[in-house]
Design a protein around this ligand. Structure first.
Ligand SMILES: [Zn+2]
Length: 355
């Protein structure tokens, strides 16, 4: 497993609308893997590979669009106050219970600054029981850069962006990061194409045109994928994303969504999409044939880029390949390595046999 690439992808800051640093790393990484690469007006990176296997007749080959979003949840600076504190507006769904006492990285045109984030209010020593029970909203959190106000005002302006600042953790069987959602998918798409290229014989070719879209602004409503899908006009769509693994204390087994270690998760339904049931069956049968560990899952709330592809242009048959992630949208997003590699294996195997 190419942990180094996943680590590099996870540690780069890139929030909805500011994915350019992630895109640069991917552009360098995919050099030579695709026939054509373009950046669309919103900033998504569209990478095309023509079918490498000859079919019968001259019919145009079907196009498969695989979407992996590059953005992570973060903030935009909305106000710099006279004391040099920064106040922010979220871009993506934060649970504010996870935002206390965080190290953050403020990314500006004059450099990146590490700061700390806390809600306004009194520390435990002097707070009342009511104060301690209250969960603040995102607008009550501020960032302290530990610099004089004048310096802060010179360096930071409204619209600069902020991400959580937390190093990647490589545990024996698990990877942990602030941005497993969704650099895992960027990693999966690259590794699957590499896997096809490395394979010999028929397993090293594909009979469909493949477009990998590294999309923008998924976390604020699948915005980049919608534009990319209209541009491409695909016949098939695969959303690549994380899903929940609530196989942890405090959640009943009936609501776990997936179980870590049981393999890649083939999504049947979420709030953005009902997957094409024929495509779901096909993915399951390809997984069985290649002995790739897999599970089916339903996510009651939440979406992914497949939902936008399905309804773009004249429509596409869509499914989503995901991997169960614990503690989603926190700095401790955790994924089993074997589930990540199973996702690569199934994506590669399905692309090779798609027609
Ligand atoms: Zn995601």
């Amino acid at each position: 497993m190419n942990i180094d690439l996943l680590k590099r992808l996870c540690e780069i800051p890139g929030i909805p609308g500011r994915e350019e640093r992630v895109r640069e790393v991917i552009e360098t990484e995919i050099d030579g893997l695709f026939d054509e690469v373009e950046v669309d007006p919103l900033g998504s990176l569209l990478c095309r590979r023509k079918a490498t296997r000859k079919g019968r007749g001259r019919k145009a080959k079907p196009t498969v669009l695989v979407a992996a979003h590059m953005d992570e949840i973060g903030f935009y600076v909305r106000h710099v106050d006279d004391n040099g504190f920064l106040w922010v507006n979220p871009a993506g769904g934060f649970d504010t219970r996870n935002l206390f006492s965080r190290r953050v990285l403020v990314c500006t045109s004059s450099g990146d600054f590490v700061g700390v984030m806390n809600p306004g209010g009194k520390p435990i020593h002097i707070s009342s029981p009511e104060d301690r029970n209250k969960v603040p909203t995102a607008s009550e959190f501020f960032i302290d850069l530990g610099m004089p106000a004048a310096k802060v005002k010179k360096a930071v302006q409204i619209g600069d962006f902020v991400v959580m600042h937390e190093p990647f953790l490589d545990q024996p069987e698990t990877v942990v990061s602030k941005a497993i959602d969704n650099r895992f998918a960027c990693w999966t798409a690259i590794e699957a194409i590499r896997k096809i290229d490395r394979a010999r014989g028929a397993a090293g070719t594909h009979g469909v045109d493949i477009v990998i879209a590294f999309t923008v602004q998924e976390e604020v409503g699948l915005r980049g994928a919608a534009v990319a899908a209209n541009r491409i006009g695909a016949d098939y769509g695969i959303g690549l994303d994380v899903t929940l693994a609530c196989d942890t204390p405090g959640v009943p087994d009936t609501e776990r969504v997936t179980r870590q270690g049981d393999g890649t998760a083939i999504l049947v339904q979420d709030s953005s999409m009902i997957a094409d049931h024929g495509l779901v069956d096909e993915l399951c049968s390809v997984a069985r044939k290649h002995r790739i560990p897999h599970q089916r899952c339903i996510l009651p709330r939440g979406g992914q880029d497949g939902g936008a592809i399905q309804r773009a242009g004249s429509g596409a048959r869509c499914a989503a390949l995901t991997a169960g992630t614990r503690y989603i949208h926190t700095v401790t997003e955790s994924m089993k390595k074997t589930d990540a590699t199973a996702t690569v294996d199934l994506l590669a195997a399905w692309l090779v046999q798609a027609k």
